[in-house]
Design a protein around this ligand. Structure first.
Ligand code: HEM
Length: 499
């Protein structure tokens, strides 16, 4: 029996190695003009990037050795990692290279084929339908949501001992979940008040599993289906789908009952409730047909995912940077005080937020150094030609935003936090595609204006109540999960301001 198993294993290994070489040479024929480290059979270059904690430092090291365009094999999958501005422009401005790579399949169980994961005609139609949801007239109504939810956040922060170092990230994650839920569905999950609720725990669980799959054998569905996480994910996704299903159904019935057919009807409706993204989905049509319940749920869930983790990372890193740079923090505080006056409970309007120009530069600089989406990728559905080099179909192209934004040729002294880089006077020589925290081109972030408003509203609100003090010896250990996080947290100390 043991001998049979041994020969089975040896045959399997030999066949895998042969297959790997066939795949490798098929792509290498075209990719030989690109530089990259030598792969090994079967694992490819996985040993060059290591586990997820090592990914960003490993990519940075490879860039020093091979430049800003690197070819890698992840197992049997050819990839090109890019942080070179011309290549980034070529990729992001393309109207044809818009399919997301296989890493995004991990989101399918929760998000289905929503805007983030879909492609082709479905993506085009939904993108067109959802774009008006981010018109400023709709966005300006969300300032109340930021205001109400940040009051809850401030109460929680006031309970923390003054001067005690706290990791700000978990507080902000619960807050951004509350914000996006209210903006998307006009309902509350009370994540801040009830962090142990099934919904919040399920979001956490699904995000953990998605992240861990990327760096383990569970990346292959075949192995994943035999793992405990597969069943855990199914259970968590059921909780998330049950919640969105019931909100969608309830809202659909409400609209039917009151014969509300479009946004105008909703706005004029007696209750004067804020129009949420869900309302737009329920009242829109594509070629005269309404979206199906499943399609609506996919988009609602996509907003819930894309709209909370990313902003959570953006807000947390901005607060962290401000705690480390007291002079910059003082300038932001002065600007905010000038715009909003002494009353720290005063309502903040859309216009107030638009006027916070210095804060905007600070946020932009934080998104440069700590891009919430540090890596994202596309897969070629047909051969492409970049600078006379053919890149064959099925190669994944990964944009390493983290390295693009820290390229010294584009941003001198890239590790120095300097908001003045974003002064209009200093931006003349910076190529457009060198700074793309929200991606760019046809598949850019649809929620970027919403996100900027939310980050501004939250940071300005926290600064009016607290001075942020640094934890001096701390340096973040950056990890590229689905979003950028810090392995050792983002500790800051809070000191109540005397107004
Ligand atoms: C600081 C906050 C945010 C950052 C840095 C950010 C960044 C990005 C990036 C880089 C992409 C492209 C990803 C890719 O190509 O795979 C993206 C796509 C997307 N984002 Fe955001 N995002 C943020 C906030 C939001 C918010 C608040 C929403 C929703 C309200 C949102 C919804 C989306 C959606 C739906 C897509 C897919 C768009 C498409 O493919 O057509 N994002 N985001």
């Amino acid at each position: 029996m043991l001998v049979t198993l041994f020969w089975f294993f040896v045959t399997f290994l030999i066949l895998s190695i042969v297959l790997w070489f066939i795949v490798y040479f098929k792509y290498e024929f075209y990719l030989r003009k690109f530089s990259g480290p030598m792969p090994l059979p079967i694992i490819g270059n996985l040993h060059h990037v290591g586990i997820k904690e090592d990914l960003l430092p490993s990519i940075t090291k490879l860039i020093h050795q091979h430049g800003h365009v690197i070819k890698l094999m992840f197992g049997f999958r050819p990839q090109i990692f890019v942080s070179e501005v011309n290549f980034v422009e070529f990729l992001l401005s393309s109207n044809t290279i818009i399919k997301k790579s296989y890493d995004y399949n991990f989101f399918h169980m929760w998000l289905g084929m929503g805007l983030l994961t879909s492609f082709g005609q479905k993506w085009k139609r939904h993108r067109k339908l959802l774009t008006p949801a981010f018109h400023f007239k709709i966005l300006e109504r969300f300032t109340d949501v930021y205001g109400n939810q940040s009051n809850v956040l401030l109460k929680k922060l006031e309970e923390v001992n003054q001067n005690e170092a706290i990791d700000i990230f978990p507080y902000i994650t619960l807050y951004t979940l509350d914000v996006i839920c209210e903006a998307t569905m006009n309902t509350s999950i009370n994540a801040q008040a009830n962090p142990k609720s099934d919904y919040v725990q399920s979001v956490k669980e699904v995000c953990r599993i998605i992240t861990e799959r990327t760096f383990s054998v569970k990346t292959w569905d075949f192995f994943y289906r035999f793992s405990k996480d597969y069943h855990k994910e199914q259970k968590a996704v059921n909780v998330l789908h049950d919640f969105s299903n019931s909100v969608i159904k309830h809202r659909y019935e409400e609209l039917q009952e009151h014969n509300l057919k479009n946004v105008k009807d909703l706005e004029n409706w007696g209750l004067k409730k804020r129009v949420a993204f869900l309302d737009l989905l329920l009242t829109s049509t594509i070629d005269g047909n309404p979206l199906s319940h499943k399609e609506i749920r996919e988009e609602v869930d996509t907003f819930m995912f894309e709209g909370h983790d990313t902003t959570s990372s953006g807000i947390s890193f901005t607060l962290y940077c401000l705690s480390k740079h007291q002079e910059i923090q003082d300038k932001v505080f002065e600007e905010v005080a000038e715009i909003l006056g002494d009353d720290k409970n005063a309502k903040v309007s859309y216009e107030n937020l638009q006027n916070m120009k210095y804060l905007e530069k600070v946020i932009k600089e934080s998104l440069r150094m700590y891009p919430p989406v540090p890596l994202f990728s596309r897969i070629l559905t047909e051969n492409a030609i970049f600078q006379d080099k053919v890149i064959p179909k099925d190669v994944a192209i990964v944009v390493s935003l983290y390295n693009l934004h820290r390229n010294p040729a584009l941003f001198p002294n890239p590790d120095v936090f300097d908001p003045e880089r974003f002064d209009t006077e200093n931006l003349h020589n910076v190529p457009v595609y060198s700074y793309v925290p929200f991606s760019a081109g046809p598949r850019n972030c649809i929620g970027q204006k919403f996100a900027m408003l939310e980050v501004k509203a939250t940071v300005s609100k926290i600064l009016r109540t607290f001075k942020l003090l640094p934890v001096l010896e701390h340096q973040p250990l950056l990890v590229a999960n689905a979003i950028l996080t810090s392995e050792n947290g983002l500790p800051i100390r809070l000191q109540k301001r005397k107004l």
